[in-house]
Ligand binder design. Sequence first.
Ligand SMILES: O=P(O)(O)OC[C@H]1O[C@H](OP(=O)(O)OP(=O)(O)O)[C@H](O)[C@@H]1O
Ligand code: HPA
Ligand SMILES: [Mg+2]
Length: 186
Amino acid sequence: MESLEYLEKDIKEIIIDEETLQARIKELGKEITESYPEGTELILICILRGAMIYMADLARCINLPVSFDFMDVSSYGDSTESSGNVRIIKDLDDSIENKDVLIVEDIIDTGLTLKHIINMLETRNPASIKTTTLLDKPDRREMKQVEVDFNGFEIPDKFVVGYGLDFAEKYRNLPFIGVLKESLYS
Ligand SMILES: O=P(O)(O)OC[C@H]1O[C@H](OP(=O)(O)OP(=O)(O)O)[C@H](O)[C@@H]1O
Ligand code: HPA
Ligand SMILES: [Mg+2]
């Protein structure tokens, strides 16, 4: 897209293009739909800010009555390494007691963020908790016990941006997943 050229100059390589992303999200929507009894009312929990674009597209591929809630969590700040300190900036608005919830993440890297969120939500007695992530970077996992139910793509140990993922709040609006040029952060 011509208007995004100013962002694209910072990208070393595209690892997942727009068409591949959209095709996989359609499949994930179908898998998720088929994994619940027909008519299940599902709460999609978007982990802000990164997961907002994935959730917007995924929700439209799920053939169940869904509602949205949002939790804002941050641990990377302006760095490419997790601070290890998972900060909850905004909690859910509604109760999840006796509800079926699907946590929607853009990426699982160390696993610290997802582990923290699952631990917290389990104490609120939902009927079920499942998880989906668009990207999984297994080489960097510190929380080995974190399991994801619906995983879009496994990616190598490189800092990626685009399609919701940022570096210092930039690049979220790229329509593909790309590797950021190392010269920009090293
Ligand atoms: O598995 P982890 O190592 O914990 O990393 C994954 C988390 O890190 C990113 O969030 P970030 O803290 O950058 O917030 P953001 O979504 O607002 O960019 C990403 O969106 C995930 O939530
Ligand atoms: O590779 C990444 N890119 C952007 N944000 C991230 N948060 C964890 N890993 C990443
Ligand atoms: Mg981030």
